[in-house]
Design a binder for this molecule. Structure first.
Ligand code: SIN
Ligand code: MN
Length: 206
């Protein structure tokens, strides 16, 4: 059986398991994600303002988050191929189960940050039941994660997420505004062309 280690820190009320995935497990998950990307090619969704997002996204599981001029929603078929998304990799499911054992996730959203990519402050609120967490896995280059409160105007704080770290937005923090200020491009050798992958595991259906 695969063993998981890592130390849990609580940063601004957010549980972060540092090094949940060791370097070999990170490589294994990266390889699984290459296969996901082959079947479901990453794309850049449009923001509500009609500009492409700086991250590229794809997904594993039943649902993929999607955005265009019509707004935000979850889709069940790839927007270009029309095919279903591949199964969620086992190591990603293991990270979810470190926080939630009642049900498995039905969406593993995969964000790819290239040099200069970022993600503005937002809430994850398109899911049916906020009683389930959003569990995040970081791979590749470090990222400066920013977290605020459930009101957009609440003060924000930030901390670095490193490759192998797993974090959960849950409980009172489930609807906290959050985003990525920047990545330290080129620090990690995990991804062939550099950059960062972030996986967020979610339960979309009730
Ligand atoms: C997200 O909020 O969807 C991504 C956060 C991250 O990249 O760590
Ligand atoms: Mn989010």
């Amino acid at each position: 059986m695969t063993e998981f280690f890592g130390n849990t820190e609580t940063l601004h009320e957010i549980p972060v398991i540092r090094g949940f995935l060791d370097p070999v497990q990170q490589q294994e998950l990266r390889n699984d994600l290459r296969e996901v990307a082959r079947i479901a090619p990453p794309f850049s969704p449009m923001t509500g303002w009609g500009k492409p997002m700086s991250v590229q996204i794809t997904a594993a599981g039943q649902f993929c988050w999607y955005s265009d001029r019509k707004g935000y929603r979850y889709i069940e078929a790839h927007p270009q191929t029309g095919a279903a998304f591949p199964a969620i990799p086992a190591l990603a499911l293991a990270a979810w189960r470190a926080f939630e054992t009642r049900v498995d996730p039905d969406c593993c959203l995969i964000n790819h940050y290239r040099e200069g990519a970022r993600m503005g402050l937002h809430q994850d609120r398109d899911e049916a039941d906020f009683g389930y967490p959003v569990v995040s896995i970081s791979l590749g280059d470090p990222a400066l994660f920013r977290i605020g409160g459930v009101e957009r105007k609440a003060p924000t704080r930030s901390f670095w997420l490193e490759s192998g770290d797993v974090m959960a937005l849950q409980g009172d923090q489930r609807l906290a505004f959050h985003g990525i200020d920047r990545i330290k491009f080129g620090q990690s050798a995990l991804l062939q062309k550099g950059g960062r992958l972030n996986l967020t595991l979610r339960r979309v259906a009730p």
